[in-house]
Design a protein around this ligand. Structure first.
Ligand code: G
Ligand code: G
Ligand code: MN
Ligand code: NA
Length: 255
């Protein structure tokens, strides 16, 4: 089958859903935000097609543009609902790929969406991967500066596994580093990973950046992260990505 054809049809049929993974504040052990993650249920094969399979195709084909706009609008709409339910501190992190930054109206799409749902810019976080510091740098920097001037925060996803030039931290207005889960997996057992994560936390503290540890799956990791003043954590230990209604239940239970 032609996956691109199916992806097109899925977009037309609005077959995508967003799931949300909680982000925990390690000083309070409470949910402070959620990361929106796209999901595609394929009726034909009756299975969920993972984003690693279709996001690259969406990027090559240009479909990432309309899909990405849908993601932004949907994430803001859902956060608006949670705010109306009283969870007014909750914020949402939205993944945006480098290809989407080529679109001039991306910034305006983000602003229009959060305003339409009566959110404030502080409630929105945009997650970019390190590729945006390598290609199309001038236009990307303009986009990032617009976000930050607007009061929207900017995080680097999968930090440490990309092109990893630290120079970009000096030149671009980043707020948060999300340490890739491959570095978190074996702490505090693996000495090399311990050194790397400590170095990242020191760097972040010295540069006044927040840190999110990704892929946290056990208590030992949490102990280490708290001991070294990591701000936030995400991972299966706390929660896998949940549907909007599952997350609503969780917010109400934890209230
Ligand atoms: O949730 P999951 O592990 O399946 O996500 C896999 C990858 O897909 C993640 O690295 C994430 O960055 C990417 N991804 C998930 N949702 C979106 C989205 O809405 N837009 C973009 N551009 N990437 C996404
Ligand atoms: O690249 P990005 O961080 O956006 O990808 C998020 C992906 O990581 C999601 O698909 C999610 O399902 C996955 N994920 C989240 N928490 C964990 C975890 O604790 N362990 C593992 N193995 N994967 C996780
Ligand atoms: Mn992410
Ligand atoms: Na990641």
């Amino acid at each position: 089958v032609n996956l691109l054809k199916k992806l097109n049809a899925a977009y037309e049929a609005q077959a995508f859903e967003l799931h949300y993974q909680p982000k925990i504040d390690l000083t309070t052990d409470r949910i402070t935000g959620v990361e929106a993650l796209i999901r595609w249920y394929d009726e034909e094969t009756e299975r969920w097609i993972p984003p690693q399979e279709f996001i690259p195709l969406a990027e090559e084909s240009g479909l990432i543009i309309p899909i990405g706009e849908w993601v932004i609008e949907e994430a803001c709409r859902q956060l608006g609902i949670w705010h109306q339910l009283g969870f007014i501190q909750l914020h949402v992190a939205i993944n945006v790929s480098g290809k989407q930054l080529k679109q001039k109206r991306l910034f305006q799409t983000i602003v229009n969406s959060y305003k339409a749902h009566k959110l404030r810019p502080q409630h929105i976080e945009i997650e970019l991967t390190e590729e945006v510091f390598i290609e199309n740098i001038e236009q990307n920097e303009t986009f990032m500066r617009s976000l930050v001037e607007q009061g929207i925060s900017l995080s680097i996803d999968d930090f440490g596994i990309g092109y990893s030039s630290l120079a970009y931290l000096r030149n671009f207005p980043v707020d948060t580093l999300k340490i890739d889960r491959s570095f978190i997996k074996d702490i505090p057992i693996n000495d090399n990973d311990v050194s790397i994560v400590r170095a990242m936390l020191d760097l972040a503290e010295n540069m006044n950046l927040k840190v999110v540890a990704e892929g946290v799956e056990n208590k030992m990791q949490i102990g280490f992260l708290k001991e070294h003043y990591c701000h936030y954590a995400q991972g299966f230990w706390y929660s896998k990505p949940l549907s909007a209604s599952e997350l609503t239940d969780k917010l109400i239970r934890n209230h």
